[in-house]
Design a protein around this ligand. Sequence first.
Ligand code: HEC
Length: 94
Amino acid sequence: MRTFLIAAAAVACMAFVGTAQASEALAKEKGCLACHDINKKKMGPSYKDVAAKYKGKADAEAMLVAKVSGAKGHPKVKANEEETKTIVKWILAM
Ligand code: HEC
C-alpha cells in the first residue's frame, strides 16, 4: 500500500511537471516570454507577480483570458483563446 501510494504520488508529480513544461514551451512559442519573464519584470509584469496579484480570485482565469486574447489593454497576441487559457492557467498556478 505504502509503495503504491509513493508510486502514485511520483506519477502525479511527473504529470504535473510535464504539463508545466508544455505550457512554458507554449508561452515561449507564442511570444509571451518576449515581453514577460517568470521571475522578473520586463515590458510586462513577471508571471509570479501576476499569480500573486490574482491569488484567490475566482474569476481571475476568465478575466485574464478575456483581457489577453481580446487585446483589451493588452498588446495583441499570437495565441488563440484556447492557447491563452492554457498559458493563463499555468501562470495562475505559480
Ligand atoms: C508586446 C509585449 C507583450 C506580449 C507579446 C505579451 N504581453 Fe502580456 N503584458 C504586456 C504588458 C505591457 C502588460 C501590462 C499591461 C497590462 O496589464 O495589460 C501585460 C500584462 C499581462 C498579464 C497581466 C494582466 C493583468 O491584468 O494583470 C497577463 C496575464 C499577460 N500579460 C499574459 C500574456 C500572455 C499569456 C501572453 C502570450 C499569449 C502575453 N501576455 C504576451 C505585454 C505583452
